[in-house]
Design a protein around this ligand. Sequence first.
Ligand SMILES: *[C@@H]1O[C@H](CO)[C@@H](O)[C@H](O)[C@H]1NC(C)=O
Ligand SMILES: *[C@@H]1O[C@H](CO)[C@@H](O)[C@H](O)[C@H]1NC(C)=O
Ligand SMILES: *[C@@H]1O[C@H](CO)[C@@H](O)[C@H](O)[C@H]1NC(C)=O
Ligand SMILES: *[C@@H]1O[C@H](CO)[C@@H](O)[C@H](O)[C@H]1NC(C)=O
Ligand SMILES: *[C@@H]1O[C@H](CO)[C@@H](O)[C@H](O)[C@H]1NC(C)=O
Ligand SMILES: [Zn+2]
Length: 401
Amino acid sequence: MHLLDLPSELLIALLSYLSARDLAKVCQTCICLRNLSRLDTLWRQKCRKDYKLKSNKSWNASYFEIYSKVLVKYGTLIGAWKTMMNCYGGLFNVTYCLGQILVEEYFATKYIQDNLKSVPWFSISLEDGEATVKCLQGFDQPHPGDVKFDQEEVADGRHTMTTNLICLSSHQEVNEDSVEFQRWMEQEKVKGTIPELLRIKWQLIRNQKHQLKLSPLALPPLTPDRIIQTGLFKGSYSAHGTELLMLSYSEEAHEIHLTKITGDPNVPAGEVSVYVDLRRPMILNREQQESLQTLRDIDTPDLPPEFDGNMNLSQPFIVPSQCEEREDCKDLPKYCKARYHSKGQIAAFGYQNPSFSNNHWVMFSEDVFGVLWLDLYSFSLFNRIKEEFKIENNLCHLQTS
Ligand SMILES: *[C@@H]1O[C@H](CO)[C@@H](O)[C@H](O)[C@H]1NC(C)=O
Ligand SMILES: *[C@@H]1O[C@H](CO)[C@@H](O)[C@H](O)[C@H]1NC(C)=O
Ligand SMILES: *[C@@H]1O[C@H](CO)[C@@H](O)[C@H](O)[C@H]1NC(C)=O
Ligand SMILES: *[C@@H]1O[C@H](CO)[C@@H](O)[C@H](O)[C@H]1NC(C)=O
Ligand SMILES: *[C@@H]1O[C@H](CO)[C@@H](O)[C@H](O)[C@H]1NC(C)=O
Ligand SMILES: [Zn+2]
């Protein structure tokens, strides 16, 4: 009996056990060509299982075409990424959107309560039967781009990859009167960065503006039993605007690390902004918090000797009067859940002479905390990023064929 004489349900059930690679080989023996529409249900399963593509709506193509022309090469892009090409860094998410793969940058606005905003960088679509990469930056029509994957091994033996999205057209040299510059300024201003620093940023990034080097954004494991859950946060960095950070724990869980996903010319992306020493909690009353000088002198844990780590650390909270004029010190809660000694990284422009200054980490809730920079006379607030950043799919599922 010929394979094709089997009832189609049975044939499909049999073939569904094959990997996409083997299925593709079977297709070369022309079963697929003979009845593509019948086997496309299988490719639909493969698209969903291997690359989480749920529907071919708006693609104007069969699942077999999408899988073999687009996903085999570009499907690993789906998910969350970061870039560290310069001090500014960045957070990216790659999704399926209207019949294409869309590479978008996510950024926070000046008001850290707001949702993240996004701006498209690249798209990958199927045109005339071929995957086509386009650069969506610049003010002209979308124009040709390319993607290159590098594979590199990380310490624990797991493979990870970086990817370069490259614009193949040269963008015109843009000066500060140009539409492109004005548009960029409008987009950047919402992050709360002051215009002087934006001009510096423009100078620094415009040479590499249309190339993107991405590496997977691996979120730390969840930590239900610790004081605060790991995850992504947005925080106010005064003149630099709102930056994005990742909260994780040190190996022994004695410290919280706040690592920059986006950075600035003082402390760049990839650096730890704040270390929280969980072995040094404090319980302070209001009077102790009225002046920064008093706070600076609080050195040792001001806790009863019976402190056992499960103690209720709830306590009053006020911002010292020297910080009062600052916008981000208004409307804060009058109590916090806990307060710890911490260290914040500061540096001169160009990450010169980095050092750590004493500060206090103040936790208000699972989603909100603050950092009181004792030497900088400032209190900055951090909010958890609630939008979902899926990461399952971007750790090297690179096809080897
Ligand atoms: C393809 O499969 C469909 C049902 O799945 C069937 O109706 C059709 O006759 C088949 N065509 C060929 C050429 O085998
Ligand atoms: C859909 O794809 C077919 C074949 O690739 C092409 O001829 C047709 O123009 C496409 N339709 C649209 C709306 O893109
Ligand atoms: C989706 O794929 C099916 C075959 O599985 C095909 O018949 C249909 O036209 C495709 N849809 C679009 C929008 O191209
Ligand atoms: C990131 O992309 C995934 C799909 O890859 C999507 O489910 C998720 O909602 C996206 N996150 C944001 C914040 O848009
Ligand atoms: C901790 O103490 C505060 C008052 O100091 C109280 O309101 C709160 O309910 C206490 N929480 C727990 C879990 O005991
Ligand atoms: Zn371009």
